[in-house]
Design a protein around this ligand. Structure first.
Ligand SMILES: O=C(O)CCC(=O)C(=O)O
Ligand SMILES: [Fe+2]
Length: 674
């Protein structure tokens, strides 16, 4: 080291950078997203954690080591693997503590530096200051721990932050999903793919409640999550010359004195639902439902191995439940239960054994429990971390697909159906027959009409007015994709469900989820279908504000992968609701769109979509009366229906009948969705 006296050991510089080969994957014109973390005892999972952030495109990681001697080996390994551009290491030392004193937060925190959370907050402020220096030039900063990952939405990190910036967002708070492991694992990122869904997203149905209760009764404190559930955030780095950020929470990175501009400018966005914000004291934030934002998550892996759990409580010892001079009280929780369990015994072997039992009881899932909790909606499967780390590239999360459970649930009783089948059938009115919805002078008026009909009747059929040649191309592309379609079978957890075993057998269609099969995109095998798919998405997004204002008070939050379907040789799909059980989640499917691709459809070939409209009573009533409205699957016809309310059926089709369907997920007002 330059300047070090010969013979004397060189003092460890408190700020070091990586010296290895692996650098960031983001480009020079990209938005630079960084991470700050205060770390301790990182072995077992450190390199995987770093690699994840590199693969998803983070620009720099600001790593603060709280107990650098203990993590010396891990630091050395990371330094020799990753470049100085990608990682830097700040070691807890007198030099660093001296720098804390110049921070805006110092005054508030100086009495509590013995508390780890306080050191975290000082390190965050320190990194936020460094991030503004020209050689770091960071745009956004996350604060995450080494058992947490940020999961970008399928569009990727760059698209996500471009979208935030375009919306004038300066702080985004993300909900956290808590790991639900199936066995002990020291490398959670590779081996854990089930996560507990945040409580606000679990369906408010008896089934959803049962899912929450399943978890709660496993711990003494009767909590759904074992650890925190209030999310983690990313903050936009202010321009040089503006006031330093002095966060007072490791969850929300802005201090109260910056709030005014946030409220006025609507700059705080979150993936938490609006109805949760009041209780969280976050009414100044905007609950954001853009597809490009809601898919983002923080994955939290707090308890995946008894040995790590033991090390944690061995280190924390008899920690007090009251912190920051009384400002923070740790409530009854798994955290305290684990502390008490640890303190009850004095020898390491027994402590480990007991914590192992505690962990298995509270956090782990058996195979059967996985299945039933997926059905309640308290658990989701997320494979993207494992797949990305295995393949060494970012593999975006899979698009949402209807679950097996909802497919099995969505038929009315046999008796009710038999009676309803005898009710009158008549041709459906197709709106905008003369011009077509997309050709109308005022699309606004057209959409308003559609919403009115959805309000009053639950469905609408419209003529779109697209060019005949376009429809021909779409139909040709669809028929070329036919060999790729699969027969009414559903793949769940890599197991193909036998169609003859389930009510799914009542489907006589061949289907294909386009995006999942990598068939979308202008350069793919189906550019016209891709275009139509985005036109449908666009219509959904344009309907959203109108649906919110309507009596339906419906809010669209996501869309599913577009589905191409073909019926032929008498194939039919008997009467069903697309989503009869809320899809086991709050944001179940609420709106269905089906667009037909068959020009000059020969009506003798049947294949109508029959929509049931009750006139007396409601769908579930034994005595319901109503009529069936028949839509011919003619090209350029679009049907919209409320996915969870409108019974419909596809009549036997005796010629190849192609349709492109799209489902939109969302929330009703009763879920706080308005
Ligand atoms: O193709 C149609 O007309 C509707 C298909 C349908 O109801 C479905 O796939 O759920
Ligand atoms: Fe359907």
């Amino acid at each position: 080291m330059a300047g070090a006296r010969a013979g004397a050991p060189a003092p460890a510089p408190f700020l070091q950078r990586g010296s290895g080969k692996l650098g960031p994957l983001c480009g020079p014109s990209d938005i630079r997203v960084a991470l700050v973390s205060t770390l301790r005892d990182v072995e077992d999972q450190f390199l995987q954690w770093l690699e994840w952030f590199r693969l998803i495109g983070f620009a720099h990681l600001f790593l603060y080591f709280d107990d650098p001697d203990q993590d010396e080996a891990a630091i050395a390994a990371a330094r020799s693997t990753y470049s100085g551009e990608f990682v830097s290491f700040a070691l807890n030392s007198p030099e660093l503590r001296k720098e804390w004193m110049s921070l805006r937060s110092w005054e508030k925190f100086s009495p509590f530096t013995d508390d780890r959370m306080c050191r975290q907050l000082l390190n965050i402020a320190h990194a936020l200051k460094r991030a503004r220096e020209p050689d770091e030039a960071v745009d956004w900063m996350f604060h995450l721990d080494h058992d947490e990952l940020f999961l970008p939405p399928p569009h990727g990190l760059q698209a996500h932050f471009q979208h935030l910036e375009a919306g004038n967002c300066r702080l985004c708070l993300y909900q956290n999903f808590e790991a639900a492991p199936q066995s002990h694992t020291l490398t959670p990122f590779l081996d854990v793919s089930y996560f507990k869904v945040p409580s606000g997203r679990v369906s408010k149905t008896p089934l959803g409640a049962a899912g929450m209760e399943f978890w709660a009764q496993r711990t003494k404190a009767h909590n759904y999550f074992l650890y925190y559930d209030n999310g983690k955030s990313a903050v936009k780095i202010p321009a040089q010359g503006s006031e330093d950020i002095a966060p007072t929470s490791v969850h929300v990175l802005y201090p109260p004195n910056n709030f005014k501009e946030f409220i006025v400018g609507n700059m705080g966005w979150t993936t938490f639902a609006e109805h949760e914000l009041f209780e969280m004291n976050l009414t100044w934030m905007k609950a954001c439902h853009d597809e490009i934002v809601v898919g983002a998550k923080v994955l939290h892996y707090p308890a995946t191995h008894f040995e790590r759990l033991w090390r944690k409580y061995h280190h924390l010892g008899n920690f007090p439940a009251v912190r920051f001079g009384g400002e923070l009280v740790v409530p009854a929780s798994f955290h305290l239960e684990a502390r008490d369990e640890y303190l009850k015994y004095s020898d390491k072997t027994t402590q480990q054994e007991k914590l192992k039992e505690l962990l298995e009881r509270a956090a782990f899932l058996s195979d059967e429990e996985v299945q039933s909790q997926l059905e309640t909606g308290s658990v989701v499967s997320i494979d993207t971390v494992r797949e990305s780390l295995r393949q060494g590239v970012w593999i975006p999360p899979r698009q949402l697909r209807p679950s097996l459970f909802s497919l099995l649930q969505r038929r009315p009783s046999k008796e009710a159906m038999e009676r309803m089948q005898r009710m009158r059938r008549m041709p459906a009115e197709v709106l905008f027959e003369a011009v077509g919805l997309l050709k109308m002078e005022s699309l606004d008026q057209g959409l308003q009409k559609v919403v009115e009909q959805l309000e009053t009747r639950g469905w609408a059929a419209c003529h779109l007015g697209l060019h005949g040649k376009l429809m021909d191309r779409a139909r040709l592309e669809a028929s070329q994709l036919k060999p790729k379609m699969s027969k009414g079978a559903t793949v769940i957890e890599n197991r193909v469900v036998d169609p003859t075993e389930s009510p799914n057998a009542l489907r006589g269609d061949w289907t294909l989820f386009m995006q999942e099969q990598g068939l979308t995109g202008p350069k793919g095998p189906a550019p016209t279908l891709t275009m139509l798919e985005s036109a449908l998405t666009d219509l959904g997004m344009q309907l959203d504000p109108r649906l919110r204002r309507s009596r339906l008070q419906l809010r669209i939050t996501e869309r599913c992968d577009g589905m191409l379907a073909c019926y032929e040789e008498g194939g039919a799909y008997s009467a069903h609701l697309d989503n009869a059980d809320g899809d086991g989640r709050v944001d179940g499917r609420v709106l269905t769109m089906v667009m037909y691709l068959n020009q000059n459809w020969d009506r003798r070939a049947g294949g109508e979509l029959a929509i049931f409209e009750p006139e007396k009573g409601e769908l579930g009533d034994e005595q319901v009366e109503g009529k069936w409205y028949m839509v011919s699957p003619e090209a350029n016809t679009l049907v919209l229906l409320l996915a969870d309310r409108v019974l419909h059926e596809v009549r036997s089709a005796y010629a190849e009948r192609y349709a492109l369907s799209m489902w939109f997920c969302g929330q009703h007002a009763e879920y706080g969705g308005s």
